[in-house]
Design a protein around this ligand. Structure first.
Ligand code: NAG
Ligand code: NAG
Ligand code: NAG
Ligand code: NAG
Ligand code: NAG
Ligand code: NAG
Ligand code: NAG
Ligand code: NAG
Ligand code: NAG
Ligand code: NAG
Length: 638
């Protein structure tokens, strides 16, 4: 019999890309980073018949035409912005499509301006990395138009301002990050070696030996389902660079070093696609949920082609206008074949991800009048994490009715250091859409926190019928110092109402409060058991069904009313409609519904432990994960 121990499981779970080596002497000629002659031909040929793509390319042409009117003004690398990357990508890309030197002239001028900067801001290596990638793409795509002297200047800057500082152990502590930093920094360094590695193979190989094993540690966290623990917007940020790195490896080496075979990688595209609702992402922790363009989501295009998933590409594109989709990645990752036959009506409307203990559901991919919700158990206290396990977000008819607030300023004192982090409203449990449970009566702005190191699994997900999808999370670890069991279930019933049900059992009487944040205009009903929420021309009603003696309360969301010398955001216009119980108790069931006024509310009064047995379609059982092996190397705040 084989006896597995943790170390062996780890080896089985993680295929390795470390030890990969690249023969930089046999790189193909430029352009070799994604926008190769073959891809140019594919773009031109797709645009002949695909009106939508013509439209997107038209917007990219406008972006490039606007960019070339103004020389880049950048006096310091610390003022770098992603707009420069997007403009260089759009303009260098237009040069590839047209051979028009008005575009390449601007690209050359721009990357030489960057090349001439005294440094590439190695003390914030996220900037160095972005600059490295931007210069790499510019250099590679306009290579034919560069003089020998210009090429050398760029190659030297890449070595001196990116590679050598990256390897300098007195200033590269960033390199140990196992969060989104790894995909950005190591991903861009690898792209850099593919651009210029043939001029100094020794140095390029040092970067590969340095970056690949560190990147691998971060990539392990996609196992086994493809979700990303830092939440949606950091997932997309890491995805930008990961997708571009993978595309560059494919085109320059004809292989991705085995990265797409790592556990979870085959499903990252599903997580990015399913995690995007009607109004934005299902972002938890420090992440924001609004996206003004598709830049951060275009890696979905890469994954869609890589794994032949038309639904991912269509699911993502259908959330954006053609103008918003027109970032330079559209040159690289659009695939007309995958956008020919509309598959959205047959696409699964829900998905769950054990590795982030999260799930999403939507009424429809095509009708924006339905529901979208995201719900997570959550593994607290990891990189950028908040104490928000059990939180949900809800979109309905084009508005977000329950939202998570994202981060406060990263420059607040010890924002990234426990225990101070857990004093900030937006990082605390009260600032999320979840329960606060205490052995004493709680007052607003002082609700109790969850335990930072708690691992809270998604236990079950499934459908009662084709328009009723639920999920149940086990939040027991998060409150294990005051309770014996805490379960939360949420679901949409018959596509007409959302419900959230909590079941709490405690050894000694506890005070329980359940928070729900919204920016809707909100008024409580006279009995304080309903709340009316209004956004635009849509009105929704929250009804408190259980316990019968509980009430809703609009509790203060401004932390500066609680602490002196507060520098936090004051959360103006953000309401917390919280469920409050009349007294401390050892056992409680809380049940809330959200529906349009006048809808018949189905109380659905079934204990959470029976929900799985009521499932009829696509029933899913998760593990009760107490020690998520894929997070062993995650950064933590506990
Ligand atoms: C651009 O130049 C290349 C190399 O000379 C050529 O193969 C390609 O057809 C040209 N593309 C266009 C759109 O003129
Ligand atoms: C490494 O960085 C330190 C601090 O900036 C600097 O003094 C040193 O010269 C650098 N070493 C190399 C090899 O560049
Ligand atoms: C390659 O880079 C290393 C490290 O910067 C440097 O010592 C070496 O001289 C370079 N080799 C060439 C051929 O430029
Ligand atoms: C589109 O995706 C399919 C499926 O993965 C792939 O076979 C095809 O080569 C892709 N086409 C382009 C232009 O990338
Ligand atoms: C491709 O996707 C866009 C965006 O969702 C859509 O508007 C367009 O109709 C699709 N193109 C085709 C040929 O289906
Ligand atoms: C339980 O743990 C939370 C989070 O660490 C803490 O805020 C709370 O005070 C603890 N409660 C008790 C009764 O120890
Ligand atoms: C919930 O988690 C706790 C602690 O990990 C565990 O003891 C309990 O059995 C779990 N409950 C269910 C219903 O799985
Ligand atoms: C959906 O509606 C039907 C008809 O009213 C009802 O029988 C069924 O129980 C409802 N489903 C759920 C999950 O409430
Ligand atoms: C509802 O809450 C308000 C504000 O706390 C309070 O003044 C009012 O008495 C409550 N109404 C009932 C019926 O409890
Ligand atoms: C949660 O899982 C991590 C492993 O990722 C483990 O180190 C930690 O102890 C677990 N937390 C609890 C409260 O068991």
């Amino acid at each position: 019999m084989l006896v597995f121990h943790a170390g062996m499981l780890r080896l089985l779970a993680f295929a390795s890309i470390a030890g990969a080596s690249i023969d930089f002497t046999s790189l193909p000629p430029h352009p070799r980073l994604m926008f190769t002659d073959k891809r140019v031909q594919a773009v031109l040929s797709m645009s002949e018949t695909d009106l939508y793509y013509q439209n997107v390319l038209g917007y990219l042409e406008k972006t490039a035409n606007t960019a070339i009117e103004t020389p880049l003004s950048l006096s310091s690398s610390s003022s770098w912005s992603s707009t420069i990357r997007l403009n260089v990508g759009a303009t260098a890309g237009m040069y590839r499509l047209t051979n028009d030197t008005a575009y390449s002239d601007w690209v050359i001028e721009t990357i030489l301006t960057v090349t001439d900067l005294p440094d590439w801001n190695p003390s914030n290596f996220l900037n160095t990395a972005d600059i490295t990638m931007t210069v790499s793409l510019g250099y590679d795509w306009v290579y034919d138009e560069l003089t020998e002297a210009q090429r050398e200047a760029i190659e030297t800057a890449m070595a001196e301002k990116s590679f050598v500082p990256a390897l300098n152990s007195s200033i590269n502590s960033w390199s140990e990050h196992t969060n989104n930093w790894a995909q950005v920094t190591h991903g861009c360094l690898i792209i850099g070696t593919l651009a210029v590695g043939d001029v100094n193979e020794t140095l390029a190989n040092q970067i590969i030996d340095f970056s690949v094993p560190k990147l691998q540690v971060s990539l392990e966290q996609y196992a086994p389902d493809g979700g990303w623990i830092e939440g949606y917007s950091y997932g997309t940020y890491a995805g930008i660079f990961l997708g571009l790195m993978m595309g560059s490896l494919d085109s320059a080496l004809g292989s991705d070093l085995g990265i797409s075979s790592l556990s979870g990688m085959q499903n990252l595209g599903a997580w990015l696609t399913h995690g995007f609702g009607q109004t934005g992402g299902f972002s938890w922790a420090d992440g924001a949920w609004t996206f003004s363009n598709a830049n951060s989501l275009w890696s979905v295009g890469y994954w869609a082609t890589r794994f032949n998933q038309a639904g991912w590409l269509q699911g993502m594109l259908s959330r954006f206008t053609a103008a918003q989709a027109a970032t330079f990645q559209a040159f690289l990752f659009y695939n007309a074949t995958l956008n020919t036959t509309n598959v959205l009506s047959d696409m699964p409307r829900y998905e769950q991800f054990e590795n982030v203990a999260g799930m999403t559901y939507r009424t429809s991919w095509t009708n924006s009048n339905g529901w979208f919700y995201g719900f997570m158990g959550g593994y607290n206290g990891r990189s950028h994490g908040h104490l928000d396990a059990g939180s949900f977000v809800i979109d309905y008819k084009g508005y977000r009715w329950a939202e998570l607030l994202g981060s406060d300023s990263y420059s607040l004192t010890n924002y990234f250091v426990a225990p101070r982090r857990w004093t900030y409203y937006r990082c605390r449990s009260e600032g999320a859409n979840t329960l606060s449970i205490s052995d004493t009566a709680q007052t607003a702005l002082h609700f109790a926190n969850q335990i930072p190191s708690a691992n809270n699994s998604l236990l079950w997900a499934g459908s009662f019928d084709s328009s009723s999808r639920f999920g149940v999370a086990n939040l027991t670890e998060a409150y294990s110092n005051v309770t014996t069991s805490v379960l939360r279930g949420v679901g949409v019933l018959n596509d007409s109402q959302f419900i959230v049900r909590d079941e709490i059992i405690a050894p000694e009487a506890v005070d329980i409060a359940a928070s729900w944040h919204t920016t809707a205009d909100i008024t409580l009903g006279t009995d304080n058991r309903t709340a009316t929420l209004v956004q635009g021309d849509i009105t929704m009603e929250i009804t408190l069904l259980l316990p019968l003696n509980a009430h809703l309360e609009l509790v203060d969301t401004n932390p500066c009313n609680a602490y002196t010398s507060c520098s936090e955001m004051t959360n103006n216009g953000i309401y917390n409609v919280a469920v409050r119980l009349p007294s401390l108790t050892t056992e409680a069931t809380i049940l809330l519904a959200l529906a349009e006024p006048g809808a018949t509310i189905d109380e659905f009064n079934h204990p959470l432990t029976t929900w799985y047995s009521l499932c009829t379609v696509d029933c899913w059982k998760g593990e009760n994960v107490e020690d998520p092996y894929w997070l062993q190397d995650a950064e933590t705040y506990y």
